[in-house]
Design a protein around this ligand. Structure first.
Ligand code: BGC
Ligand code: BGC
Length: 639
């Protein structure tokens, strides 16, 4: 009897407490209400301090979970190379991100924080992730289905570490390959950028960003980051990066704005503003382009995030910069370090009336709307079940396929390609890129500026070649082409020579240059190898077309492999003829530096003023003679 009474009492208590738990569910916490109802309820409960915190995006090492909780910081960023110190593993990332999320959920209103990262070619700050080709290679592959799949895989590898926000895709339409960010763009052609960037966004976001296996994408950098004029960079040692786009409005719209229409139509919910200026005015303070065009004309209703300290210099001093950029429409400021300076400036701006409370409510609502849409309130943490898939065979297989599709065959004579795996032959392999996974991957890989030869997990060109050549091949490798003489003292001789040459990794303005020539070392290697081998094949690893007019004529075959990432076997799959070349140039290939910048409206199509190869050029095994005209011209115009 006692027992039964106890049972009923307990039951009653459980019922009462679950009813009151439901009553205690505030409107913004109730997933059954509409997002707009939840947003306005939540905003109405927030203090000014909480609102300003929500607009503040801080670099992860510049705060800790306690600071996040104290200032109600709404979002955290890992910049390039900003992995968990000493523990760059899936578990290390997951624990770090969870620490910030725990703190956010421990605040009065328990608003989840949003963690963002540059997963621009895979979750590429994470050691062991699959690293896909940079966008320039995907532009050559021109396969939206492939790009979408890459987005989906990237999303999963991110969610494994608790991260739901990607600062990608890049919608830049680079007009001048001297720009260090050229490789982050798919193409110099607006339509191709639009098609592929939209596919990337759909891959990341799916058709519902609330789904458990999708993340929020961020088209960037609004707008005309790829249009800056040479010599206008405000950065020390920069030439184009963050510079000034001087084109008229019609060109700005046709070339650079166009991809944003499709991105927004296809679900873009956060957009990052460009460091660059348009006709002398910084985008971060550009009310016309942000409010009238992006919000008004394009109807964007997500939130607008600044770039890294992009707000700081739009006006004469920091305070004026904050006022101008927030009033111009920036909702969230990627501070990134000195959050107190931003919070103080915001408070001052509110008390002086320079920024209205209405504007702050609007910015906060824009941010919260997307957090609700993402399902972050219901599912603030990552999903450990994806951890086993990070860098998995299945993910690497897609990257390998992407590498194969991205290769552009520039020249193939004397039946240089495909290689015969079974022939009895000597192959000499050399070049700075032959056994250099860091060079394959380029910038934005583990570190902001990329890493050295052994800096990440993957397959180099050399190891892929070693796997692919059969047992009758004697393969010799010397990074600097120092092949020892044979027993009789004759200089080394190869039936085939393979030189893997190209650019060392760089990011942003570190890659700005007015000299796109191959390095002297690469040039000397190619010339020396020509003397030592019957068939010479050059593979280029680069973030853009390089000046190769001499080397093109020396080599029997030349392949542009761009920045293929971690899966070098994607190159050998095509070199050995298991599949054909399908890549086509998504950037015009220069003959010499004096052709830059191109006037795309009047590009010569014949004579030595014509580019070395036009947009869309690319040979295949199936149609070996397609390059005849351009290769003959290259020989004729050779220096
Ligand atoms: C760059 C960021 C980068 C960071 C790395 C900054 O100067 O603008 O993109 O992530 O440095 O520390
Ligand atoms: C870059 C952005 C990047 C941000 C965060 C900036 O320097 O311009 O593309 O998303 O850093 O790393």
């Amino acid at each position: 009897m006692m027992k039964l009474r106890y049972f009923f009492l307990t039951l009653l208590l459980v019922l009462v407490s679950s009813v009151s738990a439901q009553e205690a569910l505030l409107p913004y916490q109730n997933p059954d209400l509409s997002i707009e109802e939840r947003v306005s309820d939540l905003v109405s409960r927030m203090t000014l301090e909480e609102k300003i915190g929500q607009m503040t995006l801080v670099e992860k090492d510049s705060i800790n979970p306690d600071i996040l909780r104290e200032y109600f910081i709404g979002a955290v960023v890992s910049g390039g190379g900003d992995y968990p110190t000493g523990n760059n593993t899936v578990e290390g990332w997951a624990a770090m991100v969870q620490g910030y999320q725990d703190a956010a959920l421990a605040t009065r209103l328990a608003i989840p924080m949003l963690y963002g990262v540059d997963a621009v070619h895979g979750h590429s700050n994470l050691l062991g992730s699959v690293v896909f080709p940079h966008n320039i290679g995907l532009g050559a592959a021109a396969n939206p289905g492939l790009v979408e799949e890459i987005g989906r895989i990237t999303a999963r590898e991110m969610i494994a570490t608790g991260i739901y926000w990607n600062y990608a895709p890049v919608l830049a339409v680079p007009q001048d390959i001297r720009w260090g960010r050229t490789y982050e763009g798919y193409s110099e052609n607006t339509d191709l950028v639009t098609e592929l960037a939209t596919a990337a966004l759909i891959g990341l976001q799916g058709d519902d960003i609330a789904a458990a296996d999708t993340v929020l994408g961020t088209p960037k950098h609004f707008v005309a980051d790829g249009g800056t004029a040479f010599g206008t960079s405000p950065v020390d040692n920069g030439l184009l990066d963050r510079g000034d786009t001087l084109v008229d409005e019609a060109t700005l719209r046709a070339v650079h704005l166009a991809p944003y229409y499709d991105a927004i139509e296809n679900g873009a919910r956060s957009i990052m503003i460009s460091f660059s200026s348009w006709q002398g005015e910084r985008l971060h303070g550009h009310e016309y382009l942000i409010q009238d065009v992006l919000r008004g004309e394009l109807g964007f209703t997500g939130f607008i995030v600044s770039d890294w300290a992009g707000v700081d210099n739009v006006a004469s001093d920091y305070y004026a910069s904050v006022v101008q950029s927030i009033n111009a429409g920036i909702d969230m400021n990627m501070v990134p370090s000195d959050y107190m300076r931003f919070i103080t400036a915001m408070n001052q701006a509110v008390s002086s009336g320079d920024i209205t409370l209405e504007r702050i409510d609007e910015a906060v609502a824009n941010i919260l709307r997307v957090k609700f849409e993402l399902g972050l309130f219901e599912r603030p943490y990552g999903d450990e079940t994806y951890q086993a898939s990070v860098g998995s065979e299945a993910h690497r297989a897609v990257a390998r396929d992407a590498v194969s599709q991205s290769l552009v065959l520039l020249k193939n004579e004397q039946n240089a390609l495909p290689f015969d795996a079974d022939a009895t032959q000597t192959v000499l392999v050399t070049g700075s890129g032959a056994d250099n996974i860091g060079m394959q991957a380029g910038g934005w890989t583990i570190e902001w500026q990329g890493v050295g030869a052994d800096g990440l997990v993957g397959t180099t060109v050399l190891s892929a070649l070693e796997d692919a050549f059969g047992e009758n091949t004697t393969l010799r490798y010397s990074p600097r082409g120092r092949f020892s003489a044979d027993a009789d003292g004759n200089p080394a001789h190869g039936d085939i020579g393979i030189v893997v040459a190209g650019e060392q990794p760089y990011a942003e303005w570190f890659g700005d240059t007015d000299d796109l020539a191959l390095s002297n070392q690469d040039r000397a290697l190619i010339a020396a190898m020509r003397e030592q081998v019957d068939t010479l094949v050059v593979i280029l690893l680069s973030g853009r077309p390089l000046v190769i007019d001499t080397e093109l004529n020396l080599a029997d075959a030349v392949v542009a492999a761009w920045l293929p990432g971690s899966e070098g076997a994607g190159i050998t799959d095509v070199l050995f003829g298991e599949r054909d070349f399908v890549g086509r140039l998504s950037f015009t290939w220069l003959r010499s530096m004096d052709q830059l910048p191109y006037d795309f409206s009047a590009l010569p199509t014949e004579g030595c003023d014509a580019p070395l190869f036009p947009f869309g050029y690319g040979l295949s095994y199936a149609s070996p003679d397609e390059g005849a005209f351009w290769l003959a011209l290259a020989a004729e115009c050779a220096p």
